[in-house]
Design a protein around this ligand. Structure first.
Ligand code: AMP
Length: 419
């Protein structure tokens, strides 16, 4: 026997999901995947780790995620592998491996997966967390941008997270569009270098667009008069952006134009969006997304436009204001003798077969203890079986919300309790 117990504490920045929070978490993931599937998005799952270069190239060497946050390790074959820090690059790698782009387009895919980033932990920011998201790959039409945004918005509303939608376009990399704009932004940042917070100075050179992501008050102040991308879009990108806005207006979806909202990598193009919630404090981002028309090529694939978003499930849990998810246990069977316990197990089995969520005691508790458990289970009904009920082939049926109780013959129970 080892003489010391291992630490029971999960590693920093990670957390266990326990009831009741884990019920909420499951309900949210289900709600997400269900809403996405109803719009034609098929669920996919990629491995929890990929060859490191999938993320190095697919998220971008210049990004914070690749630079500082990846969990990278070598396997026994000497390959460099990385735990998935985000979903889009992995999904695109999957599309290219299976040549899904040769089939009907757009490909509409969704996922609910664990992500891993070595970030400084704080409330709403973890090193292992979950994202639900969608990717629509293979269409350049503004209508798919509008569909993706509308789906995200409706999901966040249904999840009762009070989302505010921020919208921008970041154009595309050519000189006539974002390329020319970046030259202007770089000059501006150089001229104001001494006003930028120390950590932002380097970034201003390597990834100037990302300066707008800074949380440093001095950088935010220095950027007040910075040139903005929306005044420098080429005609085609401006037209695309206008059409997306018109479609969102048709859909009666409120959005705020936010010209400082950026995705700082070359293969991100045109539409960029984010939902924020004032319920979240400093980590206010609920969900972020954008168009990534250059991603497939960055991974060595063909030209293939795409757009998607990812929502952090832990953030959704923190932002939620609605009532908690209803329990899937609708009925709790209270059994008061050995014989009743045998019957209870059979009754539970037949109720479950009929689709009725059902739980029962396995600890020989008395009536009071079992009734307490029934309430704790979240059930609406308690079915009470004692010797007398068994003899007369009936059961006590108690509504745990109204406290009303009646006697019901066994053969009617299933019909009474069926959903
Ligand atoms: P990103 O992939 O960085 O665009 O993030 C998309 C969404 O994932 C964010 O809006 C957050 O809701 C969530 N998210 C990102 N990083 C974390 C993290 N470290 N912990 C928890 N949620 C996160």
């Amino acid at each position: 026997m080892p003489d010391r117990r291992i630490s029971f504490r999960a590693p920093p920045g990670t957390r266990d999901l326990l009831p009741p929070e884990s019920w909420e978490w499951q309900a949210l993931s289900r709600l997400a995947i269900d809403s996405f599937e109803r719009a034609g998005y098929a669920p996919v799952e990629t491995p929890a780790f990929e060859h490191t270069e999938v993320f190095a190239r697919g998220v971008g060497e210049g990004s914070e995620v690749v630079h500082k946050q990846m969990y990278t390790f070598s396997d026994q074959g000497g390959r460099s592998l990385t735990l998935r820090p985000e979903g889009t690059a992995a999904v695109m790698r999957m599309v290219l491996e299976h040549s899904l782009q040769r089939g009907p387009l757009p490909l509409k895919l969704c996922y609910s997966s664990a992500m891993f980033r070595q970030e400084r932990p704080q409330k709403g920011r973890y090193r292992a967390f979950f994202q639900v998201g969608i990717e629509a790959i293979g269409s350049l039409e503004p209508s798919i941008d509008a569909e993706v945004i509308e789906l995200g918005h409706r999901f966040l509303l249904n999840a009762e997270t009070e989302p505010r939608l921020l919208l921008n376009s970041i154009g595309h990399p050519s000189e006539s569009c974002r390329g020319g704009y970046l030259d202007k932004l770089r000059s501006f940042l150089r001229a104001h270098s001494s006003d930028l917070a120390e950590p932002d100075r380097q970034r201003a050179e390597t990834n100037p667009l990302r300066s707008f992501d800074s949380k440093e008050p001095s950088t935010i102040a220095a950027l007040e008069d910075a040139p903005l991308i929306t005044s420098h879009l080429c005609d085609a990108c401006r037209d695309h952006f206008q059409r997306v806005q018109d479609l969102l207006t048709d859909l009666e979806l409120d959005f705020e134009l936010e010209p400082r909202l950026v995705r700082g990598l070359d293969f991100y193009t045109r539409t960029a969006f984010e939902w924020v919630s004032s319920n979240l404090g400093s980590q206010s981002a609920l969900c972020g997304g954008g168009r990534y028309d250059g991603l497939s090529q960055a991974l060595g694939g063909p030209e293939l436009g795409g757009i998607g978003f990812a929502c952090g499930v832990e953030r959704l849990l923190l932002a939620r204001t609605g009532p908690s998810a209803p329990s899937l246990v609708g009925v709790y069977i209270v059994a008061l003798s050995d014989e009743a316990r045998r019957e209870a197990l059979m009754l539970a089995s037949s109720l479950r077969s009929a689709g009725v969520g059902c739980d029962l005691d396995h600890s020989r508790r008395g009536l009071k203890g079992q009734m307490k458990d029934a309430v704790r289970s979240g059930a609406t009904w308690a079915v009470i079986l004692g010797d007398e009920e068994l003899r007369e082939r009936r059961a006590g049926l108690k509504n745990l919300r109204t406290q009303e109780q009646e006697q019901v013959p066994w053969h009617q129970l299933e019909k009474r309790l069926a959903p």
